[in-house]
Design a protein around this ligand. Structure first.
Ligand code: CA
Length: 224
């Protein structure tokens, strides 16, 4: 079992490393959010312990970025007790658990074991773009506090666009990943994008799905 600890306070990082190693985990540490994100994309960890306040990039952003890149590693977020942490926001970014500092190492280890036991595959990552949130496990879509009803095909289309958040995605890619039908006409994609816009964008005065001329579409990373 390999665990990544992203924590900028050296004493806490060291205590976690020693505690985890004593339990037989292989441990990597990082003291910056951006570096932690990079490691998480390079190595398949079994779990990640992620501090919230970090130089480079805060823990919310690290977690959201990981999830938007399809990394489903369980994440335990460490937070201070001074109210900086909004539990709902933490869970929205795709964290699986959170522990308040100062913490007991015994508690962290027990909860980490539970997280790893649950594993990454039971609950696919929640995809987040600003206030647009897609939960593949529950097959729900929300824009802010509003639940948006999507057909299975619309859901699948949005899921793929969110998986490739901020990147231009060709119509061909969408056909391959959403319809898996080589014969399908590209204008069907256009029709479905229209349906999706009328559900996730227009009622909210937003424009998350951008047209990339001559290519396809891009889902705005900030949710439009
Ligand atoms: Ca910190």
């Amino acid at each position: 079992m390999r665990v990544l600890v992203v924590e900028d306070e050296p004493l806490i990082a060291q205590a976690l490393r020693e505690g985890l190693e004593a339990e037989g985990y292989a441990v990597d540490t990082s003291d910056r959010g951006d570096d932690g994100l990079w490691r998480a994309t390079e190595v398949a960890y079994d779990a990640i312990i992620l501090d919230l306040m970090l130089p480079g990039m805060n823990g919310f952003v690290v977690c959201r970025e990981m999830r938007s890149r399809g990394i489903t590693t369980p994440v335990m977020m460490l937070t201070a007790k001074d109210g900086e942490f909004d539990e709902a926001e933490g869970l929205d970014t795709g964290a699986d658990d959170y522990v308040t500092k100062p913490f007991s190492l015994v508690v962290v280890l027990a909860r980490l074991r539970a997280l790893i036991r649950r594993g990454p595959t039971e609950r696919p990552a929640t995809l987040v773009a600003g206030d647009l949130v897609l939960d593949p496990a529950e097959r729900t879509c929300r824009r802010g506090d509003t639940v948006v009803e999507l057909t299975p095909r619309e859901f699948s289309l949005l899921r793929y666009l969110m998986h490739r958040l901020g990147e231009p995605v060709s119509k061909r890619d969408l056909i391959d990943h959403v319809w898996a039908d080589q014969e399908m006409e590209a204008n069907v994609v256009q029709v479905y994008v229209g349906y999706l816009r009328r559900k996730i964008d227009e009622p909210f005065g937003r424009a998350a799905i951008e047209t990339v001329r001559g290519h396809g579409y891009r889902l705005a990373a900030d949710g439009g």
